[in-house]
Design a protein around this ligand. Structure first.
Ligand code: XBP
Ligand code: MG
Length: 251
């Protein structure tokens, strides 16, 4: 029986990558006097590496920047800390909004007595800022458990953050549903034994989502219904708790 929804953050609750994290990384590069710039397409490739600090290290290791090996780790940490400051400022300025249908789904799920949780690769500070600015007033307390980078150093597709959240919720994976936007997120949830509904964005729509219960364009708003892209009978509409319960129970 479905008892909890576990949401990914970046790309799922909000489209934070292209106009949020990417821009914040570029500000951090400029602050450090580096001529590195991650354009929209390049950032899409780099997103295959989950975790901002890990992404920076990968960029340096791939030969795209000449940084001596001994200096890479410290530089990645410094740049990542600065990037987080920029990201928090941008969220604070209202730059990040929830994706279509998310606010409606969260209030519906809360009203229906489902427990809500978060399982993300990003840091606790980034989540707190996003939830404080983008959620309806009072909705922050609806989340029973928040699993972040600090709770799970092994990033998705490793299942560690989902295992942490399940442990904190004291629920079996079969009683929960993960909501993800990426193949790495889906793999992490599946490896923790969770069924998953995927909601795609421009960076992830061509990824391999085999194993997902359903792949959606988004959750839909009254004037812009969601499309089912794969995995369940095709159609469009508003995706809410009743629909999620039905998909969760299907197999
Ligand atoms: C997505 C990520 C994160 C963000 C940047 O996280 O991989 O690394 O791109 O955030 P999720 P940080 O989809 O699991 O929410 O720089 O804080 O890592
Ligand atoms: Mg994501």
């Amino acid at each position: 029986m479905l008892r909890a929804l576990i949401f990914d953050v970046d790309g799922t609750l909000a489209d934070t990558e292209r106009d949020g994290h990417r821009v914040a990384f570029n500000h951090a590069f400029a602050d450090a006097g580096l001529d590195w710039r991650w354009d929209v397409a390049r950032y899409g490739e780099l997103l295959r590496v989950t975790g901002g600090r890990e992404r920076l290290l990968h960029f340096m290791e791939s030969g795209s920047a000449s940084v001596p090996i001994a200096e890479r780790d410290a530089l990645a940490r410094r740049l990542h800390a600065r990037k987080t400051e920029h990201y928090l400022r941008m969220v604070d300025e209202g730059a990040m909004q929830l994706r279509p249908g998310i606010a409606r789904l969260l209030s519906e799920a809360h009203a229906a007595g489902l427990r809500l949780a978060i399982a993300t690769t990003t840091s606790r500070a980034n989540i707190d800022a996003l939830l404080a600015h983008a959620l309806p007033p009072g909705a922050f307390s609806w989340f029973a458990v928040i699993g972040a980078a600090e709770d799970a150093p092994r990033k998705k597709p490793d299942p560690q953050v989902y295992e942490f959240v399940l442990e904190e919720l004291q629920l079996e994976p079969g009683d929960c549903l993960a909501i993800e936007d990426s193949a790495a997120g889906l793999q992490a949830a599946a490896a923790a034994g969770l069924r998953t509904v995927v909601t795609v964005n421009d960076y992830t729509r061509d990824q391999d989502f085999s194993g997902a219960l359903t792949v959606l364009s988004d959750f839909g708003e009254r004037d812009a219904p969601a499309c089912v892209l794969a995995g369940a009978s095709a159609g469009s509409g508003l995706v809410g708790v009743a629909q999620l319960r039905a998909w969760h129970a299907f197999r």
